[in-house]
Design a protein around this ligand. Structure first.
Ligand code: ZN
Ligand code: ZN
Length: 335
């Protein structure tokens, strides 16, 4: 079983997963370009390239920061994903014995082997997706965490590379929250169903997540893809993440999900656009262009730490935990 998990981790970390997602992005991009009515008169390789890689976006100052930070964050992001899955698997199974000792041994509610794997897959997948939502929610709502997560939201244009624009400290904290968190949650649910996580179920979870990686590319691109109003209440469509990156106040803290949007629906953070919306991207309308606190890679790495330290110092001086987020009140911003 451990060998299966090790194999899966290698699959997630391999260059192959990147190639599959990139190819998927290209093929879907070609399909969309071909179907756009306005491109019918200019269906050429040049037109396609201009559509998929617009110079104004890919040459933008914000995109250049993404390219510089990529080598630093891509490795940690892949490691976090892989270690999160391993942690989920092992934590999930290691709490079975203590749970059985305290609450008693349970018999499996499904005997059929296919049904067992399907149920395990569902539990592992849902638990991981819910914890992704929870960690993203915490990074938006806890002032100290938000200082780090601002590095992702200070992007003013989105390209697939923005997907890896994170402060390195955020990826570490994310790993600590999501892996063990989803392990405890799925472990408890599996215990209730009288079963443990198997390598086969984990294989399915990893394969599904790898297959859906391509949607993350479109979430960070100028291509607007919506699943429609009804489906978007269940599945997180790429355009919903564009809304998440909006600088406008009414889009703030919306669409925090990962692959499913049901969590946003249940916890009141869902925003499903009914039609294509045009908006400014960035931290807020007061923190874009010349006032962007992250004009270069150095600022993106250091500013979150400096402002987080100021928050802690201010809280200590006031004798209480930080409760206000300076970025939500630009006049008090300590940048
Ligand atoms: Zn966010
Ligand atoms: Zn994003």
């Amino acid at each position: 079983m451990e060998e299966t998990v090790a194999l899966l981790v290698r699959a997630m970390l391999s260059k192959g997963s990147l190639q599959v997602s990139s190819t998927g992005f290209l093929l879907i991009g070609i399909f969309i370009y071909w179907r756009l009515p306005r491109n019918r008169s200019d269906r050429s390789a040049r037109g396609l390239f201009r559509y998929l890689v617009p110079a104004a976006l890919y040459g933008h100052r914000s995109a250049k920061i993404d390219y510089w930070i990529l080598p630093l964050t891509i490795a940690s992001a892949f490691l976090v994903s892989a270690s999160g899955l391993v942690a989920q698997f092992f934590v999930s199974n290691s709490i079975q014995a203590p749970l059985s000792g305290i609450l008693g041994v349970r018999t499996a509610i499904v005997e059929n082997s296919r049904g067992t794997i399907a149920l395990q897959f569902l539990i592992l997948f849902l638990a991981a997706d819910l914890m992704q939502y929870v960690q993203h929610y915490l990074f938006h709502k806890i002032p100290l965490f938000w200082r780090l997560h601002r590095a992702h939201h200070s992007a003013e244009v989105l390209t697939p590379v923005t997907r890896w624009r994170f402060h390195p400290l955020e990826t570490i904290i994310e790993a600590i929250i999501t892996g063990p968190g989803s392990g405890i949650l799925s472990g408890f649910l599996l215990y209730v169903c009288g079963m443990k996580a198997t390598g086969a179920a984990m294989t399915l979870v990893v394969a599904t997540r790898l297959a859906l990686q391509v949607t993350y590319y479109f979430r960070h691109s100028h291509v607007w893809i919506s699943y429609g109003t009804v489906l978007s209440h269940f599945f997180y469509s790429p355009c919903m993440h564009l809304i998440h990156h909006s600088a406008l106040p009414h889009h703030r803290d919306k669409n925090l999900g990962s692959l499913l949007s049901v969590w946003d629906y249940l916890f009141g953070t869902l925003y499903v656009p009914r039609h294509r919306e045009e908006f400014l991207l960035g931290l807020s309308v007061d923190e874009v262009h010349d006032r962007n606190p992250h004009p270069n890679v150095f600022a993106l790495l250091i500013e979150p730490l400096v402002t987080a330290a100021r928050l802690v110092t201010a809280a200590r001086t006031a004798g209480r935990l930080p409760s206000a987020d300076p970025s939500r009140h630009p006049s008090q911003n300590g940048r």
